[in-house]
Design a protein around this ligand. Sequence first.
Ligand code: AQP
Length: 331
Amino acid sequence: MTRIFSGVKPTGHLTLGNYLGAVRQWVAADQEPDEALFCVVNLHALTVEHDPARVRRLSRQAATLLLAAGLDPQRCTLFVQSHVDEHTRLSYLLECTATDGELRRMIQYREKAAKSLGAGEGVRLSLLTYPVLMAADILAYGTQEVPVGEDQRQHVELTRDLAVRFNQRYGHTFTVPKATHPAVAARVMDLQDPGSKMGKSHESGAGIVYLLDEPGVVRKKVMRAVTDGGDGVVHDRAARPGVANLLDILAACTGTAPEVLAEGYSGYGALKRDVADAVVELLRPVRERHTELAGDPGAVEAVLREGAERARGLARPVVDRAYEAIGMLAP
Ligand code: AQP
């Protein structure tokens, strides 16, 4: 059995990128409650301008969608980050392990800080430090594998560095985890801007397929996807990113390699129609199940309460050990 941990932050409605890059892997991996932990990482949503009521609403929605996507609370632990204090307790010790320089090198920090400054907003200190909180999320559970999209590679590398450094300084305390990525669609790109990741917090939703989009909306977004100049349909991420993105999405839906799929098309119209059909069918059961589950919010809350209790029981001894190792007196 492999201990796995991963999370999603409630900064917007979950997207096809979240689903193909992460959530689908979680559903395939869920094994036993003690082995697979999935978390709505709501503290991470506070690192940029936020509306408290919206974060609460999106947190509930994210948990409901994860269940709708197929996470089984009998076979995994699903919980909300802020319900388990061990994450922030451990984060401080890891802040005392990380350096200012390595956090300032994080690509997501640099991009988001530049965006906040460009909008005339201050940059929250937590935007700089949140990769350390993410490291704590992972290390608190003795995690071995972290199934994530490609964009999280650098943060998981930091987590590994912090675990190794802590262990070297204070004695073996943490398991050193590794990131795992899906074979295709590890980085789904925005349909209107195939040079950028499909991200749920982007302002314009035109290039983003949300899991709860109606089929008609999904079709419209896919049919209007930006494609590239050039003849024929080929899978070339560097030269033809728009078409490569559509082929990757179709590959993730059908299980056929994108290069093989490309050979079957001579024009973009037929490719887009097939992508639209495949995505609509992929998301249909998730939307339907979400409607059912959203009708019983009490049941979802009960899952999250039980999940938090289980998670606390797993994290507490690891974090206590870390406090002792770093030199804190036992209470
Ligand atoms: N486009 C994507 N393709 C593949 N995987 C993706 N993930 C996110 N976007 C894609 C993966 O989904 C998991 C949860 O993501 P997250 O909630 O941590 O981040 P996000 O959806 O990228 O959130 P935001 O708020 O929209 O962030 P920004 O502003 O950075 O775009 C992760 O495993 C992630 O890799």
